[in-house]
Write a protein that binds this ligand. Structure first.
Ligand code: UT7
Length: 350
């Protein structure tokens, strides 16, 4: 039997510390007016000294499990999308597995930068459709503030920290992830990169002095590519699902720049209330930005079974893509779970 992969739980975590535009204006030559008008960002959250990608992701994962009414032991796979892992080894997903006590789950990381959550959702969907997993934690976490050069005004104003997760679950309902579209083009020109710290340029005193472990970006080149690729992948994902923009309750895009989002909205012909934007309070949180936005959207806008969402992203790699989701009847999935547990217990005792 072919299963569909539906989101049945979600949660997000944002660190408490706020870094405002005025705070940044004390560090680099910038100002609130420039940042707000060029990016739409008012403030971003910064991880505290004891916080890491895995600790934030664990908090988000616990919320997602609670929302799904599942225990960590119910998970059979954890996929963590991150560009800012706690360490190169072990994988951040393994640390989350340990923190949660998800002792039945396999775990691995996936790095496609800001498109990470979308890729992880697509991979998780394939695991479920292929029968390799039934309940997957798709989690994204980023501590980008630790990879930002706070002397570079072109990048340090953009990024923030945070984590978010969804539970992706097998269902026989005709719902869940209906279509995915993924793309990539190797960024040999280093439009968006962290040059040092890998095998091509291992850490040395010189790389540290050069701040080569920090994000470097040619923002305006990315800007144009982002609008083009996001609009195109959104259209392809809709066509694959047999839907049009009018069928969408909302679009949850990667939050990189308010102007990228309004440009994409206008190319796609979406109304203002269809496009969910929260970049003003978080900045660009990399792979976490879509699931944080999804969590906030669902918190403020109850959604009915059968309604459609589109998620769309562009990021380093370069990578891009989109996915269309049909919201499942989650209470029915929870009921089915309980009934199947009862049947199992009855078979054991009977
Ligand atoms: O997550 C996926 C990957 N990332 C993105 O998608 C980011 C996409 N790019 C962007 O969001 C925008 O390109 C930025 C916000 C990074 C930059 O905005 P822009 O409108 O493309 O500005 P620009 O880089 O063309 O620079 C315009 C001017 C320059 O001054 P001059 O040369 O015209 O005198 C910059 O030096 O703005 C200056 N500038 C700033 N001024 C005040 C650049 N950063 C700042 C700043 N404050 N923070």
């Amino acid at each position: 039997m072919v299963h569909h992969a539906a989101v049945t739980g979600w949660g997000w975590y944002s660190p408490a510390q706020i870094l405002s535009n005025d705070d940044l204006a004390k560090i680099v030559d910038t100002n609130d007016e420039w940042i707000q008008s060029r990016t739409g960002i008012r403030e971003r959250r910064i991880a505290g000294p004891g916080e890491t990608t895995s600790s934030m992701a664990t908090n988000a994962a616990r919320q997602a499990l609670e929302e799904a009414e599942l225990a960590a032991q119910d998970l059979d796979l954890i996929i963590c999308a991150t560009t800012t892992p706690d360490h190169l080894i072990p994988a951040t997903a393994c640390l989350i597995q340990q923190n949660l006590g998800a002792d039945q789950a396999a775990a691995f990381d996936l790095n496609t930068a800001c498109t990470g959550f979308l890729y992880a959702l697509a991979v998780g969907t394939q695991f479920i459709k292929g029968g390799g997993a039934k309940r997957i934690l798709v989690v994204a976490g980023e501590t980008l503030s630790r990879f930002v050069n706070f002397e570079d005004r072109g990048t340090c104003i953009l990024f923030g920290d945070g984590a978010a997760a969804v539970v992706l679950e097998a269902t026989s309902q005709n719902a869940g992830v209906l279509s995915t579209v993924l793309g990539s083009k190797g960024d040999v020109e280093q439009i968006l990169s962290i040059e040092a710290g890998g095998s091509a340029r291992p850490a040395t005193a010189q790389t540290v002095a050069e701040k080569a472990h920090c994000i470097k970006m040619r923002g305006n080149e990315i800007f144009k590519l982002a609008v083009r690729s996001m609009a195109q992948s959104a259209q392809e994902a809709l066509a694959k699902a047999g839907l049009s923009v009018n069928d969408l309750r909302a679009v949850i895009p990667h939050q990189a720049n308010h102007r990228i989002l309004t440009a994409t909205q206008s190319v796609l012909g979406l109304s203002e209330d269809q496009m969910f934007i929260n970049i003003d309070r978080y900045g660009n949180t990399g792979a976490s930005s879509i699931p944080i936005a999804l969590g906030e959207f669902l918190h403020a806008n109850p959604i009915d079974a059968g309604e459609h969402l589109l998620i769309v992203a562009f990021g380093g790699g370069l990578t891009w893509g989109a996915a269309v989701l049909r919201w499942a009847d989650i209470p029915a999935i929870k009921r089915e779970r309980k009934e199947s547990l009862l049947r199992k217990n009855f078979a054991l005792t009977g």
